[in-house]
Every structure is written in structure tokens, then in C-alpha cells.
Design a protein around this ligand. Structure first.
Ligand SMILES: [Fe+2]
Length: 285
């Protein structure tokens, strides 16, 4: 006689605060052994626990996709994702994970998406793109136009970390006006990448230039999904409606491939501080 043993696993759910929805991270390197993110399945499981403790219950795994690199393609990533999902289910960890990529900006992004090598976010119209750290390619506006023309919506990953946008936040204003969206790395708000990135992040948020949040988590330790502190800082910066929109509502629409209507970005105007006024008076410019 075959005896079926039912193993009851207590579901470990996200820690939510009263009146708040759980959050959605659209930028994570939680997939094990794919890129420079999680080093193995055990680390991914630990990361999943941290996500739930920090109020996040939906995550889009976005391994790097860089043209010319030895990338793991979409089909293989889906297999790895299934292994991870099974492992989380067996441990009662109630974290939903979807597949995407963080695609490094080249003019050929479209080709890689259409060949089925790179993945949009949860197979939707939304595509997470990564700018170089210190520059912005001259073709970026053509790329945005091209992607939109083919029905994709580019989301610029962590613009607050790009040196040119740090110098001039209105570059992002222009890209949003052309139809792009943007995702902020939560650790930027804590100053984890330095003061200038922190203040650029704050500027972009205050000027309606941020539409999603991400942890950009790579591990369970140094670059982990421990983002409670950053979320508290974000909450002090925006009203409740905006907070819900960028931590949850826009993410839900994204996962369901719905159109996301955003508030118009506000153009950044450099503050005219004492030294600026003095220089103007002395005609130093
Ligand atoms: Fe990333």
C-alpha cells in the first residue's frame, strides 16, 4: 500500500504594515549562478527571506544582459527561475518571482528581445535598460523612439547613478518626455553609493522622474534586499499616494502589462544659492 504523506508547510508571508500594500521590486539579481548576483540556490533562498522581512512580496529577477558577453538566455533563465520557485515553495516562502533582464544599452536591444534571447519584464512591453555609469550614448533618444515604435516601453534603471544625470537631472526629464520611465535604487536614498547619488535620487523623486523602485540586490549581505530604512526615507519625501504608486501600483500594472499613465516630470532648476548670486553680481560666468 502506498502511503501518501502530506507535508504541511506553514507559509511565510510578507511583513506588511497596516494599511500598506506589499511592495514590488522590479530590479533584482536573485537568480542563482546567473550573473554577478546570488552565488547559489541557498543564497537566493536567504535573499527571499530578507525580501519578505522588508515588506516586498513580488520581485522581478533581472540578470544582466550585455551584448557581447556570455549571457544566459531567456529560456535557460526560465528553467533556473522554476528551480528557485520550487525551492521557495518547499520552504513556505511566499515570494512571487518573475523573469526579466537588466539590458545594457546598445542600439541592438530590440534584436535581442525579438530573437528571444533577452527578456522584457515578465514578458510585457516594459524593458529595463542600463545606462553606462559615466556616460549617456548619443543614440539614447533614437533607442527610446525605436523601442516605443515597436511597442516596448523602456525603463531606465537607477538613473541617479549615472554621472551625466548627476550633473544634469534634466537629461532624464528629456528621456521621460520622449516616453521612457525610470526606476530608482532604494539603497541610493540611504547614501549607500555616496552623497551625490543620494541627493540626485531625492531630486529625481521630487521632480516626478521616478516611477518604480528596485533593490538591485546582488546578495544576502553587502548588496542585500534590506531596504526598510530606505523605504522609511522615501515615505518622508513623498505623499502617501505617490509612495503607493511607485512602490506598488505601477509595479502591478507593469506585471499585468497595462498602460502606466504618469504625472508630468518637473524640470529641475538649479538652486540659486549665495555663491551663485555672488558670482552673478561679480560677473564671473
Ligand atoms: Fe542591477
Amino acid at each position: 500500500m502506498i502511503v501518501h504523506i502530506m507535508i504541511m508547510v506553514a507559509r511565510i508571508k510578507v511583513e506588511k504594515r497596516e494599511g500598506e500594500e506589499a511592495m514590488i521590486d522590479i530590479h533584482s539579481h536573485i537568480l542563482p549562478k546567473v550573473d554577478d548576483g546570488s552565488k547559489d540556490l541557498e543564497e537566493s533562498i536567504e535573499m527571499a527571506k530578507i525580501y519578505l522581512e522588508n515588506g516586498i512580496n513580488k520581485v522581478i529577477a533581472t540578470p544582466h544582459y550585455i551584448e557581447g558577453w556570455d549571457n544566459t538566455f531567456k529560456e535557460k533563465n526560465l528553467e533556473i527561475l522554476e528551480i528557485l520557485k520550487k525551492a521557495l515553495y518547499q520552504r513556505g516562502l511566499d515570494l512571487d518571482i518573475y523573469l526579466g533582464n537588466e539590458i545594457y544599452t546598445t542600439m541592438d536591444i530590440l534584436e535581442h528581445l525579438e530573437e528571444g534571447k533577452a527578456s522584457s519584464l515578465n514578458n510585457t512591453r516594459y524593458v529595463l535598460i542600463e545606462l553606462p555609469m559615466f556616460d549617456i550614448p548619443l543614440f539614447i533618444e533614437d533607442l527610446i523612439y525605436e523601442l516605443l515604435l515597436k511597442g516596448y516601453v523602456p525603463i531606465i534603471a537607477h538613473p541617479e547613478r549615472n554621472a551625466k544625470i548627476i550633473e544634469n537631472p534634466n537629461l532624464l526629464y528629456t528621456f521621460i518626455k520622449k516616453g521612457a520611465l525610470a526606476q530608482l535604487n532604494l539603497p541610493s536614498l540611504e547614501g549607500k553609493y555616496g552623497d551625490r547619488i543620494k541627493s540626485t535620487g531625492e531630486t529625481l523623486i521630487k521632480h516626478n522622474m521616478i516611477h518604480f523602485i528596485g533593490t538591485d540586490a546582488h546578495s544576502k549581505d553587502k548588496r542585500s534586499p534590506r531596504v526598510k530604512k530606505s523605504l522609511n526615507l522615501l515615505k518622508l519625501m513623498v505623499d502617501k499616494e505617490t509612495y503607493n504608486r511607485i512602490t506598488y501600483l505601477n509595479g502591478i500594472k507593469l506585471l499585468e502589462d497595462e498602460e502606466i499613465i504618469v504625472d508630468s516630470p518637473i524640470e529641475y532648476k538649479k538652486e540659486k544659492n549665495f555663491f551663485y548670486l555672488l558670482k552673478t553680481k561679480m560677473n564671473i560666468f
